[in-house]
Design a binder for this molecule. Structure first.
Ligand SMILES: *[C@@H]1O[C@H](CO)[C@@H](O)[C@H](O)[C@H]1NC(C)=O
Ligand SMILES: [Cu+2]
Length: 309
């Protein structure tokens, strides 16, 4: 009975996620618990796992009420970085939408006192879909997001901003969920790469609620090219290597199976509980990737009345 299967798989989950740790060139730096600052960390701790849902919210910079952290992580140009997103359910569980990475110079002083609202950000990396689908879904296995610092990055104090945009409700204005996390780095070496003035942006500021990568239906046309929000990756990154930029919509992406007409009959709609609103209740809907093909499952949900609101 199809309805029973569907409702069993829609599991409301209290809360969403945050960054539990990062690793720089294989060295792990732990974060503190939500809203705590127990031990020195290089990760600016947020106080809730809920997303930011407004592109003009000051918390877009580093996540909800992110606090200055006491420590910095030592890094070198070209270092591999892992960002380990976790949730109350264990691993990160959203699976559609991009991952983006920005840096901002903290100036001549350590980032431990740097006010993120003053940051001028430049983008060094972004991942959309690869041949297996959204790269974000890789996090569901507990894998970290991973990328490299630009190989020619000039030395200095940098705030590293990693961001997940979860787009399962992106079809509605205000439905996109923004998760950002900032970590404090000091980069050594003697490289000289950096952004141009025109590549620097403010956050909030660089995104609009109607950007094609923010107000977007990712289910109806799963292979449609995805347009990343924000500035392009700073040009020096491509020149020097690093950055680890996954393509947004490779030509090799296999065609997804299309649901047959009438897969979801209107009569079934009222018997399903609607998902929580993206921001109102602090809960969100976990859709496990149990049914195959997965994209057909998502598509089926999208066709229900409450998903097209
Ligand atoms: C980790 O890095 C590999 C190699 O660049 C890439 O294919 C993969 O998508 C990355 N995973 C995440 C979640 O960033
Ligand atoms: Cu969520």
């Amino acid at each position: 009975m199809k309805f029973a299967v569907l409702s069993a798989l829609i599991i409301p989950v209290a809360g969403h996620g945050w960054v539990g740790s990062i690793a720089v060139a294989g060295k792990t730096y732990q974060g503190n618990g939500l809203g705590t600052s127990g031990s020195a960390s290089c990760i600016r701790q947020v106080d809730t796992n809920s997303p930011v849902t407004s592109v003009s919210d000051p918390n877009l910079a580093c996540g909800p009420n992110a606090q200055l952290a006491q420590d910095v992580a030592n890094a070198n140009p070209g270092d591999s970085i892992d960002v380990n997103w976790v949730s109350t359910a264990g691993a990160w569980f959203h699976d559609v939408g991009p991952l983006l990475t920005y840096l901002a110079s903290c100036g001549s002083a350590s980032c431990t006192q740097f006010d993120a609202s003053q940051a001028m950000w430049f983008k060094i990396q972004q991942s959309g879909r690869d041949a297996n689908g959204w790269v974000q879904a890789e996090l569901n296995s507990g894998a970290p997001a991973n990328f490299t610092l630009p190989a020619n990055l000039a030395p200095g104090n940098y705030l590293l901003r990693h961001e997940i945009i979860a787009l399962q409700n992106g079809v509605s204005p205000g439905g996109a969920e923004f998760y950002a996390s900032c970590s404090q780095l000091v980069v050594a070496g003697s490289e000289s790469g950096g952004p141009t003035q025109s590549e620097l942006v403010k956050l909030p500021g660089a995104y609009s609620a109607t950007d094609p990568g923010i107000l977007v239906d990712v289910y109806t046309n799963p292979n449609a090219p995805y347009t990343f929000p924000g500035p392009p990756i700073a040009a020096f990154v491509a020149q020097g290597g690093g950055g680890g930029n996954a393509p947004a919509s490779p030509a090799t992406t296999p065609a997804q199976p299309q649901p047959s007409a009438g897969t979801t009959s209107p009569s079934k709609t009222p018997t399903l509980s609607p998902p929580a609103a993206p921001s109102a209740s602090g809960t969100c809907v976990l859709r496990r990737n149990v049914l195959t093909p997965k994209k057909q499952w998502h598509r089926s949900l999208r066709n229900l009345a409450f998903f097209s609101k």
